[in-house]
Ligand binder design. Structure first.
Ligand code: UT7
Length: 335
């Protein structure tokens, strides 16, 4: 439900940062690893490369720290002024302790508390929902939301249905009270646990702790029912976006850009078609990074920051494991 009791404080994204590793696996590289080929991957997914962090001793926190430091240095923000750091991820450094405190300490956010948020590919949207609520309530003034995933740590490079899709990366945004009336306008977020079966890492949690049997079964890798996830992603992302468009009385001409989760170019194209949005308005970088899970939307903001202008009406949409999905409407707050 759209909140009717919002305070006068509006939350706005006021800075963006990003980081992807230099190292990558191309479609040609994958041809040598699994039974696939560049033409198929390009035609069926739109992906050409995925960035891979393959340096010993570096995990998701490394990606998140680099994205956050990029944001802080670009805008010369004092990290000691940050109140809260949220790291959305499904690939934390450890199961316990959480990754966000490591990130907060490394960037010198001494006065912040920090927590991880697990919502897979919807992690950035869910993180923004939390951050904007904290700002709107007046409780905090500066919240850092980082979407970061090192998907290479849970991908089976013998499985052609997942290895072609996922990559590593991180994107960060700073959320503050809006100074000019632009910012987070509305969100429509949903989840459905019935679909947990379709996309998951089965072992390593409390239900199936790691054992020689779970290792033998390869349950520590991500697996999916690609076709089912594909269909649900298109229908739910389109439906969530339609809800947002209707209740905010937006016309598709009003929308400057859509920033969709980057899972598969065909999912993005089909979603845009369903909501009658001109494809030129749909931002993409999937060709270069593949699906970086919680990082896709903030990495789009990072890559296209120069294009985004004050007052632009933007739509975000995502779908992922859980199942989790949603859409959001924001007006961009700075040039
Ligand atoms: O953020 C959420 C995360 N996950 C997703 O969003 C995944 C959503 N699903 C997908 O993106 C797609 O389902 C995949 C990319 C995983 C698969 O694409 P598809 O169009 O659904 O392929 P398919 O499984 O229906 O297979 C079509 C054909 C089959 O051959 P035949 O039976 O038509 O001869 C497959 O054997 O393509 C074949 N195929 C491949 N060929 C080369 C399946 N995977 C591959 C591959 N390389 N990697």
């Amino acid at each position: 439900m759209k909140s009717n009791n919002k305070t006068h404080i509006k939350a706005a994204i006021t800075a963006v940062g990003g980081y992807v590793p230099e190292n990558f696996i191309s479609n040609k590289d994958l041809e040598k690893m699994v039974d696939t080929n560049d033409d198929w991957i390009t035609a069926r997914t739109g992906i050409k490369k995925r960035r891979i962090l393959n340096e010993k001793g570096k995990g998701t926190s490394y990606l998140a720290i680099n994205a956050a430091n990029n944001l802080l240095s670009k805008k010369k923000i004092d990290p000691e002024t940050i109140d809260l750091v949220i790291v959305s991820t499904i690939t934390p450094d450890f199961h316990c302790a959480s990754t966000a405190p490591t990130v907060a300490s490394a960037i010198n956010a001494k006065n912040a508390y920090a927590f991880d948020l697990s919502a897979a590919c919807s992690g950035f949207l869910f993180g923004m929902s939390s951050a904007s609520s904290y700002i709107e309530s007046g409780r905090y003034k500066k919240v850092l939301v980082i979407g970061a995933d090192m998907m290479s740590s849970i991908v089976d490079y013998n499985d052609r249905s997942t290895s072609i899709l996922f990559g590593d990366g991180a994107g960060a945004v700073l959320v503050e009270p809006s100074k000019n009336g632009y910012g987070w306008e509305d969100e429509y977020l949903r989840s459905d646990g019935i679909g947990a079966e379709w996309l998951k890492v089965k072992s390593g949690g409390s239900l199936f702790p790691v054992s020689s049997q779970t290792l033998k079964n390869k349950w520590h890798f991500i697996t999916q029912d690609g076709k089912t996830v594909f269909k649900s992603a298109v229908s739910e992302m389109a439906n969530a976006t339609e809800q947002i468009i209707i209740r905010n009385k937006l016309d598709s001409d009003d929308i400057k850009y859509m920033l969709p989760h980057q899972a598969n170019k065909r999912i993005i194209d089909a979603t845009a078609e369903k909501i009658n949005l001109d494809k030129k308005k749909v931002l993409m970088n999937i060709e270069e990074y593949g699906n970086t899970t919680a990082a896709t939307i903030p990495l789009l903001m990072y890559d296209y920051e120069d294009k985004l202008k004050k007052g632009d009406k933007l739509i975000l949409a995502a779908f992922g494991a859980g199942l989790t999905w949603g859409a959001a409407y924001l007006t961009w707050a700075y040039n």
